[in-house]
Ligand binder design. Sequence first.
Ligand SMILES: *Cc1c(COP(=O)(O)O)cnc(C)c1O
Length: 450
Amino acid sequence: MKQKKFILSESEIPTQWYNIQADMPNKPLPPLNPQTRQPLGWEDLAHIFPTECCKQELNTTDRFIDIPEPVLEKYKFYRSTPLVRAYELEKALDTPAHIYFKNESTNPLGSHKVNSALAQCYYAKQEGTTNVTTETGAGQWGAALSYAARVFGLEAAVYQVKISMLQKPYRSSIMRTFGATVEGSPSMSTRAGKDIITKNPMHMGSLGTAISEAVELAITTPNCKYTLGSVLNHVALHQSIIGLEAEKQMEKAGEYPDTVIACFGGGSNFGGLAFPFMRHNILDGKRTEFIAAEPDSCPKLTRGRFEYDFGDEAGLTPLLPMYTLGHDFRPANIHAGGLRYHGAGMIVSQLIKDGLMHGVDIPQLETFEAGILFARTEGIIPAPESSHAIAATIREALKCKETGEEKVILFNLSGHGLIDMTAYDQYINGDLVNYHVSDEEIANNHFGVK
Ligand SMILES: *Cc1c(COP(=O)(O)O)cnc(C)c1O
């Protein structure tokens, strides 16, 4: 019988994360202080983030970094995650390609985000922090952080984008079940929130407003640190557990990927799966193709500019060198909330510039069509974000059907969609549409500081 699933025993789970910064032919440019335009050191970031995360953020020398024992212990609650051969999907597409997916949806929180939440909360606790805060859009990151804070004995305060809180009420319930305080953003609990509400009482919030509130809370509250679920280098570092496991599992399957695909919001699940394989392109002459699948309504990888820009709408963060659509770009209200972000992480931006990977744009309706085909063949309802990776995989598999190539394609199933069923209902009822962005819309946005 053909083997479907490849799993690691506890003793085979990697004990170090992989830091691609050590191997990059060109290192990412440094983040800058927006006022002085001077490069920032880890000391400059440590009043906001846990100190160890700041050091990891700027570490361009250590290829492997030990996973702390208590984090590894918690990883064992849900890792390894299965590597699965998608035989039924292959059959439905009638493709000679071999399709594998790494299933990060099997933990109870439903996405890959917990891999970094556990690390960030552990480091925060180690340095004497009592409280952590963050923002969340659709709520996967907020849910993961709320659980991780509970695990390490921290109080968590989460600012959730108000419109998402109304659209996906169960994610707030999950966060509160783990003991977090959840506020719809903009809220009346911060200066930033009050200012926004005073100007516009009906403001329904954005990741930009929620980041501004969470950062303010962290700066003004003693023993409180801010945490972020994507974009930054240390988050991609923690997520590398995905690709390091997948590398061992592909070996068990007796194959090596020709193509690696993941959906792309800020780059954490993409980097997590892709970077451990990309090191073999950089160091060992492998020729794997790396594809990041983004929504065509938020096309920063393919149509953004490489510039220094703010990470948030209000302009409170350091300036980051990245492919961006401009920090006040307002992505359309697609259901893949985790992909509605204006910029790409610093590492990925440099890798695109250096031609080591590329992006593809997928329209919303194609992602739902792909997600439903995947559900009907492989039995898992994917997160709308993950369906972008599935759609890109299907495109590649259909190319193989034309050329007859037996390519090995590996994609990341970053999460399940069981809290997103309203979106599936809307698609099935014919109520969803595509949102293509015009060149004018992109040209009219504000990039960096002028
Ligand atoms: C947050 C999220 C994403 C997007 O974030 P990345 O940092 O780009 O990975 C993708 N999929 C799921 C399920 C998410 O929760």
